[in-house]
Design a protein around this ligand. Sequence first.
Ligand code: GLU
Length: 393
Amino acid sequence: MPRLAGRIGLVKPSATIAVKQEADRLRALGVDVIDFGPGEPDFPAPANVKRAAHRAIDEDLSHYLPTQGLPALRRAVAAHYASTYGTDYDASEVIVSCGGKNALFEAALALVEPGDEVIIPSPYWVSFPEQVLLAGGVPVILPASESDGFIPRASQAARLAGPDTKAIILCSPSNPTGAVIPAEEIEAFADLVMEKDLYLVFDECYEKFLYDGRRHASPARHAGRLRDRLILVSTLSKSYAMTGYRIGYAVSCRPIVAALAAVQGHDCTHPTAIAQAAAVEALEGPQDDLRRMIEEYRLRRDLMVEGLRSIPGVTCATPPGSFYAFPGVTGLCQRLGSPDSASLAGRLLAGARIATVPGEAFGAPGFLRFSYALSQERIREGIERLRSCAAGR
Ligand code: GLU
């Protein structure tokens, strides 16, 4: 056995990536898997974005950029925050990263010291606790309740905040539940951060994915008083269906952005220049594809939720945001004799050829995450396979 560093023993491989790899493996063997697993839009990147990538190649954008990212992209991100949330962040307060995940990891490395506690509401995105652990910190899990729509509450976080608490990580709209934290709760978290001298890392990768007239409440609106305490993280991966381009970013005060850049400068340096040029076009070009995709996601969500609710033993609230449904499956586990949702997910993949991510990966056993970022036809087919499986066929 290789003598690996102790920190490797602290973390599990990413469950979302693992499910994707297993589904890909089965597909390569010719198995027709319906992949509700990863949060991966099935749309191609918009045509104008692809053209911008081609242009960048032709114009020889093939050398190093500033570590913080292409200046035009940083300006586009700052302009997005100014026009959407009324902030006055400058391009120097933006860092471009390899997806939102990279910026979140840099934030953990920049903020967390050994023994620092970080409050993370569950169900959480799989990488939050692992990144805190890799940074030497202690994830303190705050369970959000299903009956409260999985909305994390600042009053409950306040009870967990002690002398060692350094930060809170929030995600809204939520991966994996689709919950949207309301504006007044965001304000309460901002109050808590100020009162207890904490940092707020806010993952808003699904900021464009809200339905039924809901509006995204970003703590960016409190950037005035939270300036030195707030790290906003987002991505173009989901909104513009460009996951493989690996473009995300963080927005914060200059000293924090400088800290993230110091980490990034010793890691990936910066994401691919060609992808950064394409990202400028995504943010500044026409937004018609984005609007079309969001409308299609709403139809898919309704189809997904209605289908899941029609399965005996499955309960499912209508998620107001992101592109995940997070149904309760304890009844289905009982019907099928599966001891837990992890084994149910394994059984669904092996028996019904449906890939899902078990709630255990998000700190929420008894649930499965279904991404509905796949066509209505595939969603219908997946629901029928689930129905047959639930009926023991
Ligand atoms: N963020 C997506 C998910 O949760 C993609 C996989 C990953 O980066 O973990 O499925």
